[in-house]
Design a binder for this molecule. Structure first.
Ligand code: C2E
Ligand code: CA
Ligand code: CA
Length: 501
C-alpha cells in the first residue's frame, strides 16, 4: 500500500520534470529515491506482516507448525476435496511415557525431547504432508491419499531409536490414531476428534497405530464413565488391597507383604491396577487412593501382628503422592491411631519419581524418614538413578526389578545382581528381589546374598484373608537344599495358597 502511495509523488516529480525545466538527472534521482524509500517502508511492513503470520502459525518451542496452521491446512484441503473429493487423513501422535520423563527428568528434558521429535520427523515429510505440534506431547500429521497407515507406521518407526537427552539414552514410544476424510468425518473438528478417539484406543493397547472405527466412540464414552465410577468406587470402598508375601531368602520365613490395590468392579470383576491407575492419576484421585490403600494395609498389618506374626507391610507411592504436602502428617496420624510401629511400614517409590523434583522429594523423604518408616526404591535398575545418587537419599531398601530375575541364569544378569547386592550392602541397604518365579531363581538369589524375595514362586498376591491363612500355615523351616541338576523343581505345598490374583 505504502509503495503505491509513494509511487504517486515519484510520478509527480517526473511530471514536474516534463513541465518545469529542472535537470533531468535530479528529477530522475528524486523519483528513484522516493520509490526506493517507499518500497523499503512497504517491504519492512510487509515482511513484518509475514513474520507475524509465521509466528501465529508456529509452535515457539519446536519451531513446527501449530494448531492454527493445521486448521488452515485442513480448510484448504477440505475445500479442494469437496470439489474433487481428494481423500486425505489426519494422524494424531501422542508420545508414550512423556509424563513420566517430564516428571522424572524435569521439564527442560521434556522440552528437549519434544524438539528432538520434531527434528526426527520433519525430514520424513513428503511434499504435501503437514506435521504440527498440537500442544503438550501431542502432534498431528495430515497426509494426502487413502493409504495413511504406512505414514503412521513411519511416524512410529522414527521414534524407535532412543533419544539422547541430557547425556542419557531414553526410549520413547508413541500411539497414533488415524481418521480419514471422507470416510470417518467430513470436517476438521470431526477428523481431529475421531483421530483422538482412535489414538486412545492405540494407547490402551500399549502403543502402535489404530485406525478409527465407529466402535471406538463407545470406548471413549466408557473412559469417561470409568473415571466417574472410580470416584464412586473410592467412596463406596470398592478398592481393596491384595497382599504378596516377601520372604527372607536365607530362612524362607515371611517378613512382610506388599500391598497391591485391586478394584472390585460391580460388573467387571476384580481389576488389576494397570487397568485403572493411569486414570486415577489423570483424574487427580491418587492421594485418595494411596490413603485408602495405606489405611487398609496398616490396619491389616496391626491385625497380623496382634496374632503374633512378626511382619511388616509395604505400600506403593506414586508421583503425585510426593507432591502431596499432607502425606507425612497423614502417615504420622495413621501410625498414631493404629499403634503400628513406624519401622513396620515401608513406602515404595520408583527411582524416576525421585528425579522429578529432587529437592522437593528429598524434603519429603527426610520428613518421612524422621517419622521412622522404611523407604524403598521400587523397580530398581529400570530408571536413571545411580547407586551413588541413592546413597545421598535416606533410603533403606532396593527392590531389584523383575527384569533381572526373568533371565537370572544369564551370566550378565547374574553379575548385575551380584554387584548390585554387594554395593547396596556396602551402602547399608537391604535388597529385595521381585518376580522370583522358580526354585532355581530363589536358589541363585541365596547364593548372591540377596536379603528378601517376592514373586509368584513364593505366592501370587492374595486377598487379606488368604494372606492371613498363608502366614499362619506351618513355617517351611530352612529352605530345602537345591535339587540335583536335571531334576524338576519342587514347589513347597505352603507356597500354593487359595485366593490368589
Ligand atoms: P509393582 O510395585 O512392581 O508390584 C509388583 C507387581 O508385579 C504386581 O503386579 C505383582 O502381582 C507382580 N508380580 C509379583 N511377582 C511376580 C512374578 O513372579 N512374576 C510376574 N510376572 N509378576 C509378578 P500388580 O499387582 O498388577 O501391580 C502392578 C503395579 O501397579 C505395581 O507394580 C505398582 O507399580 C502399581 N500398584 C499396585 N498397587 C498400587 C498402589 O496401591 N498404589 C500405587 N501408586 N501403585 C500401585
Ligand atoms: Ca512396588
Ligand atoms: Ca516393582
Amino acid at each position: 500500500m505504502k509503495t503505491r502511495l509513494l509511487l504517486v509523488p515519484a510520478l509527480a516529480v517526473l511530471m514536474v520534470d516534463v513541465f518545469v525545466q529542472v535537470p533531468r538527472s535530479i528529477t530522475l534521482l528524486t523519483a528513484l529515491l522516493l520509490v526506493v524509500v517507499g518500497w523499503g517502508l512497504g517491504h519492512d511492513t510487509h515482511s513484518r506482516l509475514i513474520e507475524l503470520q509465521h509466528q501465529v502459525r508456529t509452535d515457539p518451542l519446536t519451531g513446527l507448525a501449530n494448531r492454527t496452521a493445521l486448521y488452515e491446512d485442513l480448510a484448504v484441503r477440505l475445500t479442494a476435496s469437496r470439489e474433487g473429493d481428494e481423500p486425505f487423513a489426519v494422524l494424531l501422535l501422542d508420545l508414550d511415557r512423556f509424563k513420566e520423563i517430564n516428571d522424572s527428568l524435569g521439564h527442560h528434558v521434556g522440552d528437549q525431547l519434544l524438539i528432538e521429535v520434531g527434528h526426527r520427523l520433519q525430514p520424513m515429510l513428503r511434499d504435501q504432508d503437514l506435521f504440527v505440534r498440537l500442544g503438550g506431547d501431542e502432534f498431528a500429521m495430515v497426509v494426502p491419499g487413502d493409504e495413511p497407515l504406512p505414514a503412521a507406521r513411519r511416524l512410529l518407526s522414527a521414534l524407535t531409536e532412543p533419544f539422547l537427552l541430557d547425556g542419557m539414552r531414553v526410549r520413547v514410544g508413541g500411539s497414533v490414531g488415524v481418521a480419514r476424510y471422507p470416510d470417518d468425518a467430513r470436517d476438521a473438528n470431526g477428523l481431529l476428534q475421531r483421530a483422538d478417539v482412535a489414538m486412545y484406543v492405540a494407547k490402551a493397547a500399549g502403543g502402535g497405530v489404530s485406525p478409527y472405527d465407529p466402535q471406538h466412540d463407545q470406548h471413549s464414552r466408557e473412559r469417561l464413565r470409568t473415571v466417574e465410577q472410580l470416584r464412586a468406587a473410592l467412596l463406596a470402598d470398592e478398592l481393596t488391597v491384595y497382599y504378596q508375601p516377601q520372604c527372607d531368602v536365607a530362612t524362607g520365613l515371611a517378613v512382610g507383604a506388599e500391598a497391591l490395590v485391586r478394584w472390585r468392579h460391580p460388573t467387571r470383576g476384580v481389576l488389576a491396577p494397570e487397568w485403572f491407575l493411569p486414570l486415577v492419576e489423570q483424574a487427580g484421585l491418587m492421594s485418595e487412593l494411596t490413603r485408602t490403600v495405606m489405611e487398609q494395609a496398616v490396619a491389616q498389618c496391626v491385625s497380623w501382628r496382634s496374632r503374633g506374626l512378626d511382619v511388616g507391610v509395604s505400600v506403593n507411592l506414586s508421583a503425585s503422592n510426593l507432591l502431596d504436602e499432607d502425606l507425612t502428617d497423614h502417615v504420622v496420624a495413621l501410625l498414631g491411631s493404629s499403634g503400628l510401629p513406624a519401622e513396620a511400614l515401608t513406602l515404595e517409590l520408583t527411582e524416576n519419581l525421585l528425579l522429578s523434583d529432587p529437592e522437593r522429594c528429598l524434603v519429603t523423604l527426610e520428613r518421612l524418614k524422621a517419622v521412622g518408616v522404611w523407604l524403598s526404591i521400587d523397580d530398581y535398575g529400570t530408571g536413571y538413578c545411580s547407586l551413588s545418587y541413592l546413597q545421598s537419599l535416606p533410603v533403606d531398601e532396593l527392590k531389584l526389578d523383575r527384569a533381572f530375575l526373568t533371565d537370572l541364569e544369564h551370566s550378565r544378569n547374574t553379575s548385575i545382581v551380584r554387584s548390585t547386592v554387594d554395593l547396596a550392602h556396602d551402602l547399608g541397604l537391604r535388597v529385595v528381589a521381585e518376580g522370583v518365579e522358580d526354585a532355581a531363581g530363589l536358589d541363585l538369589l541365596r547364593q548372591l546374598g540377596c536379603d528378601t524375595a517376592q514373586g509368584f514362586f513364593l505366592s501370587r498376591p492374595l486377598t487379606a484373608d488368604a494372606m492371613t491363612a498363608w502366614l499362619l500355615a506351618p513355617a517351611p523351616g530352612p529352605p530345602p537344599p537345591p535339587p540335583p541338576p536335571g531334576s524338576p523343581a519342587l514347589v513347597p505345598a505352603l507356597f500354593c495358597a487359595a485366593g490368589a490374583a
